[in-house]
Design a protein around this ligand. Structure first.
Ligand SMILES: [Zn+2]
Length: 622
């Protein structure tokens, strides 16, 4: 999902607390003891059943918001004798449940559909349940949104259930930890003046003939048969019904594989979208490069318009991404890249629970930075990434939390989960030594190992750390502990002085950290420092183990000034202070140390020589 700053009143600013836009926090019911950390324990085999497959047959009249549905859910028992089980289920009515044509008893306690199996299901065996249900037109618009937007002359109905509002439009296990391994089928019946879109590919469209034995209302309707045979969790499922124009493109990958791109858009946007989506093939080729993310993981990619009032930039439904309607005509390459990257990071490899949501959105936001840098150049990349840093630091001033296990109301906090998450990816890349511009190295190798270790599965932060350690051979406990499990960022003060050392010069640096509450007292992140000299400039790396950290370096020629983190690898802020005063010219120099405070100057990218009369407050990455 991507939050954007649009010039629309209903859109929250990334720098403001983000309201919970997709419904209520978990209510009493299936997961009333919801603890985000515990969701990592809810992998397929750790609840009493495993969802294998969903088939939904929905009858959408399109002149009212309600619809009738029939669901086939295939579950496999994970306990010795499964005699009852629950699906998440809210704001709908269940009329009956059958197993092999035999009615089963059921109840609908708050937030649940609890089904009693007449014959218990042995461990490891599967059963198909037929659930007949309906969503009334009076139901609150959560999960399913139906409107006659003033901007188009026909109705539009669609689902957006992220993060766990899908049980407001169909009965399901509404956590990402249990993917339906065999995929989904979505059979959508609409009046023949409408079209539909859903995950995967459209298999066929069949008209429904006039029949006295069938529902007379079915005459003049068509059924769209959608099929997506890939593992999928509920928050990535969607359907959409309206009047669509369709256009397609094909991208051929490096290995000769082809990826169909098929969009379902309102007719008014079709021509504009050809301009607005013109860079999409380039994005796909960039990410699918065998040295970056590797081949595209699904059978199709395409965009659909967001529902009227959709407050986000995009939503990464598997293979069929929803894009804000105002973004279709152009100017949304960053959002498109963000959502496209989710097909690898979020959809194919999915966070096992919302404690790990930074994995999804940090990747998505970093991928957005990477593609924009690829398109616009390194200077643009640095500026773009600094924007993410600035959004995070601004947010951190009013609210501080670790990336891991955010409060439920903050799982999509833009400053932390998206922006800090992206910069943490960038720093991990630096720590792994993958620093050459546009030349993918070890960081990308680890990404591909992560993909290959958990293809179409679910992952935790621990999994991601372990894969990076396996690929790099490094112990990354310190990195994950300081940047992900603890809050905040380093607030450095760096002072330095110089003195002759034979034919060379000695530089003595003192780096202190005052990182504030909830943050580690010392971030051990290596800090690059460039010393601008009369001869060749010299790059130093300070490796803090304490605060203050005092280090001595030797450089070959006369050091004039220093620049902290000149290539913007570290999320920090830094006061850079000149400390020494030069009393005579080289080579007969004598130094004495004098600390001079004149006034504070706020600069974005300062460097300062030791004889400066100023204490420069330097905010890196502003
Ligand atoms: Zn996202």
């Amino acid at each position: 999902m991507n939050l954007v700053l649009l010039l629309l009143a209903f859109v929250p600013s990334p720098d403001q607390p983000v309201p919970f836009l997709f419904g209520k926090p978990p209510a009493a019911g299936a997961h009333s003891t919801f603890d985000l950390r515990h969701s990592t324990l809810l992998a397929d085999s750790s609840h009493t059943y495993d969802v294998r497959f969903y088939r939904l047959d929905l009858d959408l009249p399109m002149y009212v918001a309600g619809y009738n549905g029939r669901e086939l859910v295939c579950i496999q028992s994970e306990v010795p004798s499964l005699d009852t089980f629950s699906l998440d289920f809210d704001a709908m009515v269940c009329d009956s449940v059958k197993r092999s044509g035999v009615k089963q008893t059921f109840t609908t306690p708050s937030g649940l559909l609890t089904i009693d199996l007449a014959t218990p299901l042995p461990q490891g065996e599967s059963a198909d349940l037929d659930i007949f249900f309906r969503r009334e037109s009076t139901a609150q618009q959560i999960g399913y949104f139906y409107a006659r937007p003033p901007t188009i002359p026909f109705a539009h109905g669609m689902t957006v259930g992220c993060p766990r509002d899908n049980h407001y439009w169909f009965p399901c296990y509404d956590l990402p930890s249990d993917k339906a391994e065999r995929g989904i089928m979505m059979n959508l019946t609409v009046p023949d003046t409408f079209q539909t879109s859903s995950n995967g590919l459209l298999d066929s469209v069949t008209p429904n003939p006039r029949s006295k034995t069938q529902n007379p209302k079915s005459f003049g309707t068509r059924t769209y048969w959608w099929r997506h045979p890939y593992p999928i969790c509920t928050y990535l499922m969607t359907f959409s019904a309206s009047r669509f124009s369709t256009w397609r493109d094909t991208v051929v990958g490096q290995t000769g594989d082809t990826v169909p791109i098929i969009h379902y858009l309102w007719p008014r946007d079709s021509a504009a979208s050809r301009v607005g989506f013109q860079n999409l093939p380039d994005m796909l080729e960039y990410f699918a490069d065998t040295l970056r993310f590797g081949p595209y993981p699904f059978e199709r990619f395409g965009f659909i318009p967001g529902y009227y009032g959709f407050p986000w930039g995009g939503m990464e439904h598997q293979t069929t991404v929803m894009l804000h309607a105002s973004y279709i005509g152009g100017g949304s390459d960053a959002t498109q890249a963000h959502e496209l990257s989710h097909m690898w990071w979020g959809d194919m490899v999915t966070h096992v629970g919302y404690a790990d949501v930074w994995l999804n959105e940090g990747f998505g936001t970093y991928a957005e930075c990477l593609y924009m840098g690829h398109q616009q150049g390194r200077a643009y990349f640095n500026t773009y990434l600094r924007g993410k840093v600035s959004s995070y630091i601004s947010r951190d001033r009013s609210f501080r939390m670790p990336l891991y296990n955010p409060p439920w109301s903050q799982i999509y906090d833009y400053g932390h989960i998206y922006c800090k998450g992206a910069v943490v990816e960038h720093m991990l890349r630096f720590v792994l030594g993958d620093t050459a511009w546009e030349q993918p190295g070890l960081y990308y190798q680890a990404l591909r190992a992560y993909r290959d270790s958990f293809p179409y599965g679910t992952v935790s932060t621990e999994d991601y750390q372990r894969i990076n350690e396996q690929v790099s051979g490094m112990d990354l406990d310190w990195f994950f502990d300081e940047w992900i499990y603890q809050a905040g960022y380093p607030k450095y003060s760096l002072t330095w002085l110089r003195e002759p050392a034979g034919d060379s010069f000695r530089i003595i640096t003192t780096l202190t950290q005052q990182n504030g509450a909830q943050a580690p007292p010392v971030f051990h992140m290596p800090l690059p420092v460039r010393v601008n000299c009369t001869g060749d400039d010299t790059m130093l790396t300070i490796r803090p183990n304490a605060s203050p950290e005092i280090d001595t370096f030797v450089v070959a020629s006369y050091p004039q000034n220093v620049v902290v983190d000149p290539d913007n690898w570290v999320l920090d802020s830094c006061y850079l202070t000149g400390m020494a005063e030069e009393l005579s010219n080289p080579p007969n120099m004598v130094f004495k140390t004098r600390k001079v405070f004149a006034r504070n100057v706020f600069v974005s990218h300062g460097s300062i020589g030791p004889t400066s009369q100023l204490l420069v407050k330097r905010r890196l990455h502003k």
